[in-house]
Design a protein around this ligand. Structure first.
Ligand code: ZN
Length: 283
C-alpha cells in the first residue's frame, strides 16, 4: 500500500461502523476521493472537527483495496465556521458542495478546474462581499461551463443568430424568434446581461443589478442546472425556502410540491416536452 498527499474540500461524510466515517473529498490532484477516517466519531479524535463539510484540508492517505484510509489531516481554511452562522450563505454553500459532487461523477478522475471553482466559490461566499445568491449563481454557471454545459447567452443556441429574445432550457440557452419553442421564457435583457457578467466574473455589473433581475437570473440558472443533472439539487430547495420568505419571490416550488424536482432520468437529453419547472417561466 502506498501513501499520498493531496489537498481538498470535504463534500460530505457518512457514518461507518461504530466510530468511523467515510469522507468524500474533492481533491486538487486526484479528483473526487472517498476515504475512511478511523475513530473520528470518538470524542478523543484529533481528526473529527477537521473533516467536516466545507473544510479545505491537506490530507495524507494510504491507498486501500476499496477505500483509501486518511492518516493525517491539516486544516487549510475551515469555511464551515464562516458559513454556519449565516443561513443564506450556509444553504448556498451546501448547494455548491452538492453540485460539485454531482458534476464530478467518477472517483479519482482529476477535476482541477472544478476544485479551483469550488474553493473560489466558498472563499467568495465566506468573504461576504457579494450577495450569497449571486455567488451561488456565478458558481453554478461556471461549474456547468467547466462540465461542458455552458448556456448560450449571446447568440441563438440553435442557429447562431445574433437577435435573440427567449431562453429555452432544452435548446441550451438563448434562442431567436424563429427557433423559440412555445414554452420558452422571455427574460429581461438585463437578466441575460447579469448571467453573462456572473459567468465572466464581472462583479461591478453583477453587484449593481436590480433585485428583480437577480430573481429572474436565479430561476433560469437553477432550472438550467436541474436540466443537466439527473436529479434535482436537494439543497437548492432550502435556498429557495429562504428566498420565498420575501414577497414576490415564490417562483421556485418547495420539496413535495408539483415541479419541485425532475424525476430521475428525465433531465438528460433533449426531450421536446417542457421541463417540470418550465411552467413558472411562461410569460
Ligand atoms: Zn435561432
Amino acid at each position: 500500500m502506498s501513501l499520498y498527499r493531496d489537498e481538498g474540500v470535504v463534500l460530505r461524510t457518512q457514518k461507518l461502523g461504530e466510530a468511523d466515517r467515510i469522507i468524500t473529498v474533492l481533491t486538487k490532484r486526484a479528483g473526487k476521493v472517498r476515504g475512511v477516517a478511523k475513530g473520528v466519531r470518538r470524542t478523543t479524535s484529533r481528526f473529527g472537527a477537521r473533516l467536516e463539510p466545507f473544510s479545505h484540508v491537506d490530507l495524507q492517505l494510504h491507498e486501500g483495496r476499496s477505500l483509501d484510509v486518511i492518516t493525517q489531516v491539516e486544516t487549510i481554511r475551515p469555511y464551515g465556521e464562516a458559513l454556519v452562522a449565516d443561513y443564506p450563505r450556509y444553504t448556498a454553500g451546501t448547494a455548491m458542495l452538492e453540485t460539485a459532487d454531482r458534476l464530478t461523477l467518477g472517483e479519482k478522475e482529476p477535476a482541477l478546474r472544478q476544485f479551483l471553482l469550488l474553493v473560489g466559490g466558498l472563499r467568495t461566499l465566506a468573504e461576504r462581499e457579494h450577495e450569497a445568491r449571486l455567488v451561488l449563481d456565478a458558481y453554478f454557471l461556471r461549474s456547468l461551463a467547466v462540465a461542458g454545459y455552458a448556456p448560450a447567452l449571446s447568440e441563438c443556441a440553435r442557429c447562431g443568430a445574433e437577435a435573440v429574445r427567449a431562453f429555452a432550457i432544452a435548446a441550451g440557452g438563448v434562442v431567436c424568434g424563429s427557433c423559440r419553442p412555445p414554452a420558452a421564457t422571455v427574460p429581461a435583457a438585463e437578466t441575460i446581461a447579469l448571467m453573462i457578467a456572473l459567468l465572466r466574473g464581472d462583479w461591478p455589473l453583477a453587484d449593481a443589478s436590480e433585485p428583480r433581475h437577480r430573481t429572474e437570473c436565479s430561476g433560469l440558472v437553477a432550472a438550467y442546472l436541474q436540466w443537466h443533472l439527473e436529479h434535482g439539487i436537494r439543497s437548492l430547495r432550502h435556498v429557495e425556502r429562504e428566498q420565498a420568505r420575501e414577497p414576490g419571490r415564490e417562483w421556485w416550488p418547495s420539496a413535495g410540491e408539483p415541479g419541485a424536482a425532475s424525476p430521475p432520468g428525465a433531465a438528460r437529453g433533449f426531450d421536446p416536452k417542457p421541463t417540470p419547472n418550465s411552467h413558472i417561466f411562461r410569460a
